[in-house]
Design a protein around this ligand. Structure first.
Ligand code: B12
Ligand code: SF4
Length: 439
């Protein structure tokens, strides 16, 4: 068979005013450009698990929802889904099936809503795909009828046995960054978090030598590639984190990752991260003070407990030469319209190199989604295309939906203007200099 792997690229947002504003704000444009194109690691893993004897091609469907004509020459097409682009993915799947191409859908969105997806696909896969995919290929080969394949019914994925993702299939198309995973899942349970909803297994770390192996493969194909770890929370396990960093030092690679604020507590780890090429960590601070964070992390209320140390923690990380991208969520239940001003002020104090603001988003499958549904607070239930992190689709507790929209416009203008961006960057360098040349 000829098998196509179709990734949905780009970022999504529908709020017109925010889009217009975004185009004019330097800090915003910079980050969007960086993340707008990343290859689909999930599909590259599936390609690596495809039984021998099939021809394989990797495609990107662009943000206008258009697929390359060559996709129609495939016998089977695997599409990876997120909620924000699910209707585009369904439309492509419908067109392909009409043309006689078999379609398999997998990924975060359909893992939560497989029955919805089966209206548009021959095969729907829930959960991690590596061990399920060969069965899907076999089903397509014998033209088996449509079905849902659940990862839970197959051997669990052994993270120590992952193959090298088929980066070679990306061909000559260049990406700003290439992704690899060093860990899967996150042991914490934030009620809004869409990343971990489908991973049944607990937080898992990969053997460090295999991470190195995968980076070497990328480097051979794309010398000096910038690496983004597609992890949820890389440095939960500090001794393993140090082992990873020590192994990365000789590679001289530059990388970015997402982690929680507890990295700040370990100066040795921070120094190793710097030496290992970590250029930025993205950290979900979520809100400047503990109040709105209460109950957000459902296992031990970690985010509320960490809040008092945020300023000190960001300073500690940046003093080791690792920049912080501090992320805030707007519209949490404990926030009122005062939060926009509070974040602006806090950002000045915390001096993080980059700042990201997004709206609270009820992704399907999350405890947040269930709670808002029960409370009758979803504005358009099932409007998955609004799961962009930039579109309001629920009734906030402490303000109106319009106040929330106005708040993100206002904060965006103040945070991402040239002057504010320059000041933040300067703040980082002065923290760095203070640490390196203490007076
Ligand atoms: C890298 C990344 C991106 C890249 C995606 C590149 C790409 N083409 O895949 C970019 C920067 C483009 C991106 C964009 C967006 N992202 Co993003 N992103 C991530 C991130 C950090 C890692 C994803 C990843 O690589 N995981 C590792 C791989 C191995 O896992 P996987 O993709 O889940 O694949 C496995 C299974 O799902 C399954 N599988 C996946 N696809 C398929 C297909 C088939 C056929 C089968 C059988 C199996 C299968 O098998 C794979 C191997 O086990 C996640 C957070 C996270 N940790 O998941 C957020 C995340 C996926 N993103 C998110 C969001 C909201 C977005 C945006 C909507 C933001 C925006 N406003 O535009 C856009 C929309 C993207 C789009 N085009 O639709 C949410 C999605 C929530 C949801 N339910 O949809 C996440 C979870 C972040 C979060 N916590 O909110 N993102
Ligand atoms: S710490 Fe981050 S990755 Fe972990 S559950 Fe919370 S939001 Fe999700």
């Amino acid at each position: 068979m000829k098998i196509g792997f179709l990734a949905m690229s780009g970022v999504r947002a529908h709020d017109k005013k925010l889009l217009e504003l975004g185009l004019t704000l330097p800090g915003f444009v910079e980050r969007s450009r960086t993340i707008a194109s990343l290859p689909s690691l999930g599909l590259l893993y599936l390609a690596a698990r495809t039984p021998a004897g099939h021809e394989m091609r990797y495609f990107e469907a662009e943000s206008n929802g258009a697929e390359a004509p060559e996709v129609y020459s495939c016998d089977l097409v695997a599409i990876s889904t997120f909620s924000a682009q699910i209707f585009e993915a369904y439309a492509i799947a419908d067109r392909l099936r009409k043309a006689g191409v078999k379609v398999a859908l997998g990924g975060l969105h359909v893992s939560v809503l497989p029955e919805e997806a089966l209206d548009h696909a021959d095969y729907v896969v829930t959960g991690e795909g590596e061990n399920v995919w060969p069965a899907v290929v076999a089903a397509a080969t014998r033209a088996a009828p449509p079905a849902i394949f659940r990862a839970a019914d197959f051997e669990p994925v052994d993270i120590a046995q992952l193959p090298v993702p088929r980066f070679d299939l990306l061909g000559h198309r260049t990406y700003n960054r290439y992704t690899i995973q060093t860990t899967r899942g996150c042991p914490w349970r934030c009620d809004f978090c869409a990343s971990t909803v489908m991973l049944q297994a607990p937080y898992r770390r990969r053997p460090v030598d295999q991470v190195v192996r995968d980076i070497r493969v990328i480097e051979e194909l794309h010398p000096q590639a910038f690496i983004e770890f597609a992890d949820d929370n890389t440095f939960v396990d500090k001794p393993w984190g140090k082992e990873l960093c020590r192994a990365l030092v000789p590679l001289k690679v530059k990388w970015f990752t997402e982690t929680d604020v507890s990295v700040a507590e370990d100066a040795e780890l921070l120094e190793l991260m710097h030496q290992a090429g970590c250029r930025q960590v993205l950290i979900g601070l979520e809100s400047p003070s503990a109040g709105p964070l209460a109950g957000l992390e459902q296992r031990a209320d970690r985010k509320a407990r960490w809040a008092a140390r945020y300023v000190e923690a960001v300073g500690a990380i940046q003093s080791h030469g690792v920049t912080v991208n501090a992320c805030f969520i707007l519209g949490l239940d404990g926030q009122t319209t005062a939060v926009f001003g509070e974040i602006l002020q806090f950002v000045e104090e915390v001096a993080a190199f980059d700042v990201q603001i997004t709206l609270l988003t009820p992704f399907p499958g999350t405890p947040l989604y269930e709670r808002l549904r029960r409370e009758g607070r979803l504005l358009e239930p099932g409007a998955w295309h609004l799961c962009t992190l930039f579109d309001v689709n629920y009734q906030p507790a402490g303000m109106t939906p319009q106040e929330l929209r106005e708040g993100i416009y206002w904060l965006g203008e103040h945070l991402y203007g040239e002057e504010a961006t320059r000041r933040r960057r300067k703040g980082f360098f002065s923290q760095l200099n203070r640490e390196r040349n203490p007076v």
